[in-house]
Design a protein around this ligand. Sequence first.
Ligand SMILES: Nc1ncnc2c1ncn2[C@@H]1O[C@H](COP(=O)(O)OP(=O)(O)OP(=O)(O)O)[C@@H](O)[C@H]1O
Ligand SMILES: [Mg+2]
Length: 465
Amino acid sequence: MRSVGTQSDIDMRADISILAVDDDVNMLAMLEKFLKRAGYTVDTTSDSMKAMSLVEDKNYDIVITDIQMPRASGMDLLKRVKDLQKDTMVIMITAFGSVDSAVNAMKAGAYDYVSKPFNIDEILALLERATQQRRLQREVEFLRQEVEQKYSFANIIGKSKPMQDIFSLIQRISHARSNVLITGRSGTGKELIAKAIHYNSDRKGMPMVTVNCSAIPESLLESELFGHEKGAFTGAITSRRGLFETANGGTLFLDEIGDMPLGSQAKLLRVVETGEVRPVGSDEVKKIDVRVIAATHRDLKEMVKHDQFREDLFYRLNVISVHVPDLKDRTEDIQILTDHFLKKYGEQFGRQNMQVTRDAMACLMRYSWPGNVRELENVIERSIALSNGEAIDSKDLPEHLFQMKSTDLIDDLASDNMPLSEVEKRYIMKVLQRTNWHQSKAAQILGIDRKTLYRKIKEYNLLQG
Ligand SMILES: Nc1ncnc2c1ncn2[C@@H]1O[C@H](COP(=O)(O)OP(=O)(O)OP(=O)(O)O)[C@@H](O)[C@H]1O
Ligand SMILES: [Mg+2]
């Protein structure tokens, strides 16, 4: 018999759990003996129905099963395992000469097969290969988790400097009760940050109440926020507590504060200043202790200038300000966010270990993400749903990611004080994108030769985005 390796090889195999299934009890006993001798942790059963319930209870690394068995077949078991735990490797034992069943098993996701009568060395070699692969998978999973822990905070992922700064700010202000204003374009993660602030504060045991100021009509907003007395207005059949009171002791999150009408702003200001609410139609005021976190995608300072937002309220809310930059201005976060969403949706779709090809990643890095992280999340979800294999390729990405909007470039130029080299870098990138990375076409459009283009691609690091 083939060597099973050194004692330490044998010892190390104990972390690999194997389920062996065969209705031929003699065969099964022999298999068990050899696998145990090699050091594996082994369960066996000659009853395929029992095997079905065993794989439900325990996550095996490897399942070895005969195909032809009474009751449930090896194919049934394979399908069950793949439904439950996609990473488990299944090795099929096929009858001599039954090529068809081996092919079917491989198509259904089997790791490999051996045909009867098999020699034990063959099985041990196969297991050794599966074991190596399994360890590698575990290591990748471990590293992914480690990276994710390092660069995440309360479900927020980000390794870029601005995101790291936001994480440390959230920690620093956990004991303060100062109001917070979070600004940033749509989909940058403002709500996520508001939640993180609350759930990392001393107030986490008390409620966090969210109000979307743009979704509530002006006529209802005040009674929603401050409550009302019975009969305060038509339809006020009973008295009702306002959301400020509901959030007492905790946090009130005023989302889309920029959409709050001026009249309501005045009333909100009074509450924020005095810490007292007066329900609509009531003479009594109630003392409350609420931290206000407000968020908006609008430019409140600009609105103040145009008398669309009260300056005094702006300063009351903006005691601590958090600005979340656009995703295109923190491209370091794109890879790690992509990994995070691959994992999230991969699990939801039962497709663990999804990857993104280099080509597709380059495209994600180059795109301008007007919808920010929300758009990236949607793109990854959709691409996983549409792709067949283990990896998302650029062909699985939506068409518009490759198209170039002429306004992007002009806007960027106008809004930032951009050095000439940055302009050149961006323009080259756009042209490459438009030509689908056809370098000679791109060079022609740019009016430079291919060598120069190649040098610039390297110089600006465009291949990695
Ligand atoms: N840094 C991040 N890490 C992980 N997920 C994120 C991150 N930023 C945003 N998301 C996800 O993107 C989506 C949009 O985030 P969120 O609702 O917080 O954005 P928003 O800034 O409030 O957008 P809007 O202005 O449109 O309301 C959510 O599904 C959120 O979980
Ligand atoms: Mg939001």
